[in-house]
Design a protein around this ligand. Structure first.
Ligand code: GLU
Length: 564
């Protein structure tokens, strides 16, 4: 049976598997995982729309990409509703338990605890998950097929099993603590002849009956089951087992709400680019970068040229300097969105850039409306998943979802991973008596970098983009916008561009790319450089000749499928 399924799957892959679709079709599905793309395709074939497909994708990703995302995590969705010609941005970010205090990650001496494993692994880092509520809320408003139907594919795949992918296997290999935490240590590792735990091999079939049971409950009882039923109990039990003083309560789960926020949109050249507002820093930081860069003749610069790397890295340094002081949950602090995007302020910040030399120091500016805060130092280990869907009616979803770091907190409940999103808060609440905007507080949402984006031309969807990648996400997405708009590249070309950026410490140049040859020249321009592996996962759709084409990042395991 197992081989038969594998055989059928390989036939499907042979006929559908593309890291790109170059021939325009009525719609596009691009996700980081072939099963997820196929689940979405099935839903569309059954008459479902982009929102129905998004539900099916996310349920499958929780199973096949547990290292990156899952229903125990959170997400941001941008949704364009074709019928009403309206854009929505939906915040399904995890929330700190009501009892959480700013010293959550401090020891008795008042010092911050070690990031991994101390802060990450265990109940401390787990925020109230938002994905299931986000999926149900959006489905209730816009979905076409019955909620229950959207679960079929993921339930079947959990029961029949799926072949472990290289990405899943490799993550298991480098996470030192996961094998010691149950039940993940038994689900994702096997004992070798010497009795040592080794990551489940690539291609071996992984089943998850417990997750199938969870899905069946949510399929028939809805999100209420997750937040108030057996699944809620399983979540609290898992947290208590890990730490009897864990803070999350059944009430925290019951009270979780998705927030429908005003999308953050800015004109870039003649395009209206829309993205996620705070608590994600994604849209705001990206727009600062784009507005700084808009005055330069980027169109005529080669993407891999020293000049482009220099300008882009300096713009990124400037925007990230402000990001670390002023961005956090807007329901707790006043995020000076208008001040940061004010034309005069941007002009002033742009003056920092010398076209021939990297600035020695770049500090935060003083936008109007900003509070007096200390610097947020954020650490985020890349995991996360991004997908895009355009259906034949033109409804479009750009969604980024996450459990934060690889395998989140390493804890599981009901067959899924529980996030470690609370480590996206500043571990240190204040420095010399001055508060950090992004400190832990009860019911607050940690600042994110996730940047799901939709670009419009003449009020029509022109492109969708987004990526995983920790704090680098914003740079990946901003450059994809420049690639699509300034350089006129197609999605497949955009996802292949080598990455460069500067988030405040050094200019990062992607390893094993042509950028390595620029290191010396950039250093002599005053850049501190570092050659690094970069793990973007851009999934992009672009309008072409009244249809859509798409691309999946070669650094991940994506599959693009066209909708005809
Ligand atoms: N938790 C991160 C955020 O919300 C994403 C982590 C990642 O992409 O790896 O920004």
């Amino acid at each position: 049976m197992r081989f038969f399924i594998l055989f059928l799957f390989s036939i499907f892959i042979a006929s559908h598997s593309y890291g790109k679709i170059l021939k325009p079709s009525k719609g596009i599905i691009a996700t980081s995982n072939s099963h997820a793309s196929k689940a979405a395709h099935d839903i569309i074939k059954k008459g479902g729309n982009a929102i129905d497909a998004a539900v099916a994708i996310q349920l499958v990703l929780s199973l096949t990409e547990p290292q990156a995302t899952g229903i125990g995590g959170g997400a941001f969705m941008l949704y364009w509703d074709a019928k009403s010609s309206k854009l929505f941005s939906i915040d399904g970010r995890e929330t700190a338990p009501s009892k959480a205090r700013e010293d959550l990650f401090l020891n008795k001496e008042g010092e911050k605890i070690k990031f991994y494993p101390d802060a990450v692994v265990g109940a401390k880092s787990v925020g109230v998950p938002g994905i299931i509520r986000l999926l149900e809320d959006t489905h209730k408003k816009f979905g076409k097929l019955a909620w229950k139907e959207l679960f079929d594919y993921a339930i079947r795949l959990s029961e029949d099993g799926f072949p472990v992918s290289p990405a899943l296997h490799n993550t298991l290999g480098y996470l030192s603590y996961l094998k010691t935490v149950e039940p993940a240590g038994s689900i994702y590792y096997r004992k070798n002849a010497e009795g040592q735990k080794i990551p489940i091999p690539i291609g071996s079939i992984l089943k998850n009956q417990e997750y199938a049971e969870t899905l069946k409950r949510i399929a028939s009882l809805g999100a209420e089951e997750f937040y108030e039923g057996k699944t809620a109990q399983l979540i609290i039990e898992s947290l208590k087992k890990s730490d009897e003083n864990s803070l999350m309560s059944l009430d925290d789960l019951k009270n979780y709400e998705v927030i429908w926020r005003e999308p953050l949109c800015q004109m870039y050249r003649s395009y209206n680019v829309c993205s996620m507002p705070p608590p994600s820093s994604g849209g705001l930081t990206m727009f600062m970068m784009l507005k700084i860069l808009e005055e330069f003749d980027i169109k005529n610069l080669k993407p891999e040229s020293k000049e482009m790397v220099h300008l882009y890295s300096e713009a990124s340094r400037i925007a990230y300097a402000d990001r670390s002081y002023y961005m956090a949950d807007p329901d707790f602090i006043n995020v000076p969105i208008d001040g940061l995007l004010d034309e005069k302020y941007i002009d002033e910040r742009r003056l920092i850039i010398n076209q021939n030399r990297a600035a020695k120091v770049i500090t935060h500016g003083n936008p109007s409306g900003a509070g007096d805060f200390e610097k947020n130092i954020d650490i985020s280990k890349p995991s996360t998943s991004h997908f895009v869907i355009v259906d034949a009616e033109g409804n479009s979803v750009s969604m980024t979802s996450t459990v934060e770091g690889p395998f989140g907190s390493h804890l599981m409940a009901g067959g899924f991973i529980l996030n470690n999103e609370l480590t996206d808060f500043s571990l240190i609440p204040e420095i010399n008596g001055k508060k950090v905007a992004n400190r832990v507080e009860g019911n607050k949402r940690p600042m994110s970098s996730m940047t799901p984006t939709i670009i419009f031309k003449d009020n029509q969807v022109y492109a969708l983009t987004g990526s995983p990648g920790g704090t680098s996400i914003i740079n990946y997405v901003a450059k994809s916008v420049i690639g699509l708009i300034d350089w006129g590249l197609n999605p497949d070309e955009v996802v292949q561009l080598p990455h460069y950026m500067n988030k405040g410490k050094y200019t990062e140049l992607e390893k094993n790319t042509v950028l390595e040859s620029l290191q010396y020249e950039l250093e002599s321009m005053g850049h501190k450089t570092k050659i690094m592996r970069k793990r973007s996962g851009l999934h992009i759709a672009l309008k072409k000749n009244n249809g859509f084409i798409g691309g999946a990042d070669p650094r991940r395991e994506g599959l693009v499928i066209s909708i005809d």
